[in-house]
Design a binder for this molecule. Structure first.
Ligand code: NIG
Ligand code: FE
Length: 416
């Protein structure tokens, strides 16, 4: 059967290897790289892929063709950790941070996440929608075709629900697919500062069952951190999430080595996020229990820290690594996944192949989307990025600019 669209003469085509599971350890540095390649698309799906001449059988009078000589093509990029929907911004904390006041001290003083909670509570649905849509547009022009969106700037039901409903509506309206995570356990609300157990009760007895009942999220995440949720409290919340059929993620060992990585392994989390301070024991337990390490070097950079998550050690210990922006108004105000990929190489010494696998096939698996996107298997969604670059190395080496020329989502040209 002939194709709807054929991209041909592709200078370099990056094809992640799809084994129906994330790529771990040394396998992260493997990929099929084709030259003078083609991709045929039918009904929004990958129909065929190969090198050299396009087979005649794929071409009819109706088939559209695009010559991509000299350009590089990869699967649509997956940003599998963001706090997409929120009110306001926090540049008012910038000079404090530049003067050395720490992220956790700002939070403990009632600023940080808690100040975004106020801004989100006072924003209407439409205001949140318009702001998040603008961010999604920015993500898309940088090559992101699937994104995760966490709630967590309400800390009470009405606002958490508003955030989740905004994400759901954006998923319906926008070309970028939005996967929702409930993160009510993002901070302790100011009024329950002295009584966090009351808030945990609210989360487990009401909010999590409500999220599940109305299918408002697929995942549940907790900020397991010194002065936020302890390992014990995180375990209680995530146990409840599992009982309510939500898949789990943990903001683990971001700032203090608390045992978040160990907990992610114990609970069979889908992924553990940040891991800048993860212990060796935590890393090896995560590898044994197939937990994906979702690393967020933009946060390390923006918090002006020098201790990036040890991606090399994690890969040597057979972990699967994903990379994401962590886009949020406090610790990483950027939507640009290419910058994060460049930090993956420049600051964490990941090879270009490892970086592209981290934001394609491994990103897809960290969102439970490995069967439909993240690589060029026949039948998968035709989510495709065309870079104005001769090869993948160039995209990471020539940093700080946007190399995207075109983006296709489900076979539709959505950026040109
Ligand atoms: O992933 N660490 C907790 N949550 C976010 C930051 C949210 C914020 O500062 O608004 C993070 O870094
Ligand atoms: Fe985060």
């Amino acid at each position: 059967m002939s194709a709807d669209l054929i991209l041909y003469n592709i200078g370099e085509l990056f094809c992640p290897i799809d084994n129906n599971e994330p790529l771990r350890g040394q396998a992260m540095n493997t990929a099929k790289i084709m030259h003078n390649a083609y991709i045929a698309i039918k009904a929004g799906k990958i129909q065929a892929i190969g090198e050299g001449e396009v087979p005649e059988s794929l071409i009819s009078n109706e088939t559209q063709k695009r010559d991509l000589s000299g350009l590089t093509v990869t699967p649509g990029l997956i940003d599998s950790h963001t706090h997409l929907v929120h009110g306001g911004s926090r540049e008012n904390e910038f000079s404090m941070k530049l003067n050395g006041v720490s992220y956790l001290d700002i939070l403990a003083a009632g600023g940080g996440i808690l100040s975004t909670v106020n801004a989100t509570k006072t924003s209407t649905f439409d205001e949140l929608y318009t702001k998040a849509k603008k961010s999604l547009d920015t993500m898309l022009i940088h090559g992101t075709t699937t994104v995760e969106a966490k709630s967590g700037y309400g800390l009470e039901w009405e606002t958490e629900e508003k955030q989740l409903k905004v994400a759901k509506k954006l998923n319906e309206d926008h070309p970028v697919e939005v996967v929702s995570t409930f993160m009510g356990a993002h901070a302790i609300p100011t009024q329950l500062k002295e009584n966090p157990e009351e808030f945990i009760k609210e989360l487990t007895e009401f909010m999590i069952p409500e999220v599940s009942k109305h299918s408002l999220a697929e995942f549940c995440d907790v900020f397991c951190e010194h002065g936020v949720f302890s390992v014990e409290q995180t375990r209680t919340i995530l146990k409840c999430a599992k009982e309510n059929n939500l898949k789990i993620k943990i903001h683990a060992d971001e700032i203090v080595s608390l045992g978040g990585a160990e907990l992610a392994a114990e609970m069979g989390a889908h992924s553990a996020e940040h891991l800048m301070a993860a212990s060796d024991e935590g890393i090896s337990l995560m590898a044994k229990n197939n937990v994906i390490a979702n690393l967020l070097p933009g946060t390390t950079f923006s918090l002006m820290k020098t201790s990036y998550a040890d991606a090399r050690k994690m890969i040597e210990n057979n972990l699967a690594v994903a990379l994401s922006t962590d886009y949020n108004p406090g610790s990483c105000p950027t939507e640009n996944i290419q910058l994060i990929m460049q930090l993956g190489s420049l600051a964490m010494k990941m090879s270009p192949i490892e970086v592209f696998n981290a934001v394609t096939i491994n990103g897809a698996h960290s969102l439970g989307r490995g069967h439909e996107t993240g690589s060029f298997e026949v039948g998968k969604n035709a989510d495709i990025v065309v870079f104005d670059a001769p090869n993948i190395d160039y995209i990471l080496y020539h940093f700080g600019v946007n190399h995207v020329k075109e983006v296709y989502k489900n076979g539709n040209l959505v950026v040109q």
